[in-house]
Design a protein around this ligand. Structure first.
Ligand code: ZN
Length: 268
């Protein structure tokens, strides 16, 4: 069983994974999460198992020596709470970023999520624009995914639609969303394309699939996903001949009132 020091770190992860399952955004084996540990947090994890070393196909030189808490491959989020030491683990990257050691968890020869390369690329890029970034979260927000089936897959149009649904949308995602066309998941290509988008926005929408969301905390990353899915739900429910929404002048008033500077490509 995890000791109390470790529980302080694990509990928020377990809570949000349980919430994602109950929301229907991490069905079956879907969903994965990584959290960059501070050195002090990393030192709390002790294991009597010998470390297992795994080579990465592409080195992540920008993250050499960093440690991450990462959900396991094939582990249903609904089961995390029952046995975190099986369904979550800690990996520490080598100084050259070419491999990682499994230093805690993944009991029963489990491994980190197969999306780990995409997570690491995401952390590597996001931290260059947000040095406080700690989290990368992947899940399947139902209404947002539904929106990708009926809304033009244009990043600017998509962001403007989300912003127009609710006065607080532009505050939740002031940088808008990145949007990728459908791609095969679990590949280096989707990881590479996502990391480019994360230079400009804290959330990337994968058409017909889900999202990759970042934040300085688990709550922050989850909050972005909640806000975006709520906006998508509102838009889906309000489509019809009488549709009207927050217009550009009103978006500008919101931006001025709350002191945010939306990118010009989204709000000229
Ligand atoms: Zn997925």
């Amino acid at each position: 069983m995890a000791n109390r020091d470790v529980s302080e770190i694990l509990d928020p992860v377990i809570d949000v994974c349980s919430d994602l399952y109950r929301l229907g955004w991490a069905e079956n084996h879907a969903g994965n999460l990584s959290y960059r540990l501070t050195d002090e947090e990393r030192d709390r994890f002790h294991s009597d198992q010998p470390a297992r070393t795994v080579q990465l196909e592409r080195p992540v030189t920008g993250l050499g020596g960093a440690s991450f808490l990462v959900t396991a491959a094939g582990s249903p989020f609904r089961l995390l709470v029952k046995d975190p030491e099986q369904h979550i683990g800690v990996v520490t990257l080598a100084e050259d970023g070419a491999s990682y050691d499994i230093v805690w968890g993944y009991r029963g020869e489990r491994r980190p999520t197969s999306e780990l390369p995409a997570h690491l690329r995401g952390h590597e890029e996001r931290v260059t624009v947000d040095p406080d970034n700690r989290v990368v979260l992947h899940c399947h927000p139902t209404q947002l995914v539904a929106m990708t089936h009926v809304h033009p897959l244009d990043e600017v149009e998509f962001t403007r639609t989300l912003w127009a649904t609710n006065s607080e949308s532009i505050l939740a995602i002031p940088d808008g969303v990145g949007l990728l066309p459908w791609m095969v998941c679990g590949t280096d290509l989707i990881g590479a394309e996502s990391s480019k988008k994360l230079r400009e926005a804290s959330i990337v929408v994968w058409a017909y699939h889900g999202v990759l969301a970042c934040g300085p905390s688990i709550q922050a990353a989850m909050g972005v996903v909640e806000s975006v899915d709520k906006a998508a739900a509102t838009w889906l429910l309000s489509r019809g001949p009488e549709h009207h929404a927050i217009d550009d002048a009103q978006l500008r008033q919101l931006a001025d009132a709350f002191g945010i500077a939306p990118p010009a490509r989204f709000l000229p």
